[in-house]
Design a protein around this ligand. Structure first.
Ligand SMILES: *Cc1c(COP(=O)(O)O)cnc(C)c1O
Length: 388
């Protein structure tokens, strides 16, 4: 037999067979194509009688590992990894919303989630925004038939905790499903499904990833809700990247350590800010603990807090310039403590009046507590506040 040509060698000679022993962590299956030994094997894998992978675009074993981990942490039957947190909302709404149907949603949802609901108006899906802290208002809005109630376990940027058990009861009494965005809490601090929610979404870009180095989302719930969404994610190309789900599994191994540390530090920082003469308000559920915060959250109150100072834009810029470690980053959930400024970022699309109605002004700042020694963070914040 003649030696294969250069082009053939370039295609064939990199294909390894599986080793005899196993690696300690699941390697990245960066393979879009998968080999079948027979048509019977194709049938068996398609029909779920044999474990196997059909095609990289619908998920490889790394997706299964990440999804099994998310389902396990939330006590869910099933979970789906998506390209970002917003893709989880997209597949959920594609599956659950139809023309002429109503969605009731918290009036202070993450900005892109509200904008997505506005996008859906073009397809005849109606939405109504309510203050979900007002259970009578929620029940009132659910009196007209609704398919879905959307809430966040901890809201952004006012860090308000929703009473998820009550919201689940109100939704189910009205024949609606409850979908909870749990991005600010993570399953370490809140497990919405255990409190009665039907679906929980997370932007794994935040605390699940935990290092500001990946973009990923997930949704968990019953098998009957998640399986049709899995098919939709595949049809719409919203499946997560294999590298991101691999990083997700790697990161979640330290979720408890990171969240416990950051949450503990956040309480110390919140107490210090509350006593600071230049700080007019601190929003942190661990300061004036409410019954609904302890019903909804566990293991403390999380790494996110916000605070208000009397300052215009120039003064905030002076404060940012005086900080040596805490930087302005328009995300949250990384290993480093960072600040964000909702008036120029998440809420920049709103009119000054609409922002004021939500209590967001130039001196409103959100802090994502990282893994540093909180004494060092406090020393840096003192440098910043002194510049005001
Ligand atoms: C970041 C975020 C999202 C969107 O997640 P992406 O991963 O950026 O798509 C949704 N909800 C909340 C509360 C978020 O903070």
């Amino acid at each position: 037999m003649s030696e294969p040509s250069f082009a053939t060698k370039a295609v064939r000679d990199g294909i390894a067979t599986a080793p005899v022993n196993s690696p300690a962590v699941l390697p990245i299956f960066a393979s879009a194509g998968w080999v079948f030994r027979s048509l019977d094997e194709v049938d068996a894998i398609y029909e779920g009688r044999l474990p196997g992978t059909v095609y990289g675009g619908s998920g490889v074993p790394n997706h299964e590992a990440f999804e099994a981990l998310i389902a396990s942490l939330h006590g869910a039957q099933a979970a789906l990894a998506t390209a970002a947190g917003m893709s989880a909302f997209t597949v959920a709404l594609l599956h659950l919303a139809a023309a002429k149907q109503r969605i009731v949603a918290a009036h202070d949802l993450y900005g892109n989630t509200t904008k997505l609901l506005v996008d859906l108006e073009r397809f005849g899906v109606i939405h109504e925004l309510v203050d979900i802290a007002d259970l009578d208002a929620v029940r009132g809005a659910l009196r007209s038939p609704a398919a879905l109630l959307i809430a966040e376990s901890i809201s952004n940027p006012r860090i308000r905790v929703a009473d998820l058990a009550e919201l689940a009861r109100a939704s189910h009494d009205a024949g609606a499903l409850l979908l909870v965005d749990n991005s600010l809490a993570s399953p370490y601090h809140c497990r919405p499904l255990e409190l009665g929610a039907d679906l929980t979404i997370e932007s794994a870009t935040k605390f699940l990833g935990g290092h500001y180095d990946l973009v990923l989302g997930c949704i968990a719930g019953s098998r009957s809700l998640i399986e049709p969404m899995r098919a939709l994610a595949s049809r719409t190309g919203l499946v997560a990247s294999v590298h991101e789900v691999w990083m997700g599994v790697r990161s979640i191994a330290t979720l408890e350590l990171r969240m416990a540390r950051s949450s503990h530090s956040a309480l110390a920082i919140a107490r210090w800010l509350a006593a600071h003469p230049k700080v007019s308000a601190v929003h942190y559920p661990g300061l004036d603990v409410t019954a609904q915060a302890t019903h909804t959250l566990r293991n403390g109150f999380g790494p996110m807090l916000s605070f208000e100072v009397v300052a215009n834009r120039d003064a905030v810029n002076r404060m940012l310039a005086a900080l040596q470690a805490v930087r302005l980053v328009l995300s949250f959930g990384g290993a480093q403590t960072t600040l964000s400024h909702p008036a120029t970022s998440s809420h920049r699309g709103l009119s000054p009046q609409a922002r004021a109605a939500l209590g967001i002004h130039e001196g409103f700042l959100r802090l994502s507590t990282g893994l540093e020694d909180p004494a060092d963070t406090i020393a840096d914040l003192e440098r910043g506040l002194s510049a005001l």
